[in-house]
Write a protein that binds this ligand. Structure first.
Ligand code: ATP
Ligand code: MG
Length: 270
């Protein structure tokens, strides 16, 4: 029989699935700001934050909730080439397929967009924008200037973030939405809700405030780090459950296993 820790471990595989969206303090305020922003006459909206703060899941959530209400489209990651990107965009703008082997004339596309002013408002959600080339971002800017397409640009916050902002958007009207790591309360909700969703009540109940405090300290409230840590913890639990069950106190979450996982991931140095 599969150890129940196997199921617990799999809860924390890092993936973006809107079905699993949880209303966490950090994400709710960013989401509401985003919802508000797309109603404003902005050309560009920037969503930024460190890796693992929940940018992709928020963009997905927005897309799912708005797709029947608005002309909204989600671009998960940059296309293989700029050409492919424009083909995808062409299809959205003109609502028709471009014949194969046809090149897009960018200035005609811009003119076409201008002709749609007042009749359509397209929203494009661009995730992982740090991977788009400068040249492409420049063209995105020009498309945004037509005011027919609004772009939501999601960007990793890195050390050269200012550089990216300066290069591409300096003169553009835009709003900035920042995603931060979760608070202790968010971490608690995140872990408990994820486990409860899979009916792992008993395990969730053993994780108490003291444990959450330690988990928060180790991960600083970064959801990706929480996933990694919890995955490793339950991997260790799974091992003991199968091989040395006498070493587990099933009624209490193990501080020692948290520590072992922390060491394994390099959060704790010995
Ligand atoms: N509000 C939330 N509800 C449920 N899961 C969340 C939430 N926020 C973050 N997560 C989870 O945390 C992990 C990291 O989130 P996500 O991938 O959205 O981060 P990101 O900011 O897009 O990171 P990157 O910059 O590396 O792309 C994912 O597994 C995601 O499902
Ligand atoms: Mg992402």
């Amino acid at each position: 029989m599969q150890s129940r820790y196997f199921a617990a471990k799999n809860v924390f595989i890092d993936s973006v699935d809107v079905e699993d969206y949880i209303q966490l303090g950090s994400s709710v305020s960013a989401y509401e700001q985003l919802l508000h922003s797309i109603e404003k006459p902005l050309k560009m909206i920037l969503v930024f934050g460190r890796p693992g703060t929940g940018k992709s899941i928020i963009l997905n959530q927005l897309y799912q909730n708005q797709k029947y209400k608005k002309d909204i489209h989600y671009f998960e990651a940059p296309s293989a080439s700029d050409r492919e990107f424009f083909h995808k965009l062409f299809k959205i703008i003109t609502m028709s397929e471009l014949p194969q082997n046809t090149e897009i004339n960018f200035s005609i596309l811009i003119d076409y967009c201008k002709s749609l002013r007042g009749s359509r408002e397209i929203i494009i959600l661009l995730d992982e924008s740090q991977l788009y080339s400068g040249e492409l971002m420049e063209r995105i800017r020009l498309l945004a200037d037509t005011r027919v397409i609004k772009f939501v640009i999601s960007l990793h916050k890195t050390d050269n973030e200012e550089l990216i902002a300066k290069e591409h958007f300096q003169t553009r009207i835009w709003e900035v939405i920042e995603l931060k790591n979760g608070s202790i309360e968010d971490v608690k909700n995140y872990i408990h809700k994820k486990l409860l969703k899979k009916n792992l009540f008993e395990i969730a109940n053993t994780i108490r405030h003291g444990h959450i405090k330690t988990l928060y300290k180790l991960t600083k409230g970064n959801y990706r780090e929480i996933n990694k840590l919890l995955y490793t913890i339950f991997e260790l639990y799974e091992y003991y459950d199968k091989n040395e069950p006498l070493k587990i106190n099933y009624a209490d979450f193990s501080k020692r296993i948290i520590e072992m996982a922390g060491i394994k991931l390099g959060h704790i140095h010995v």
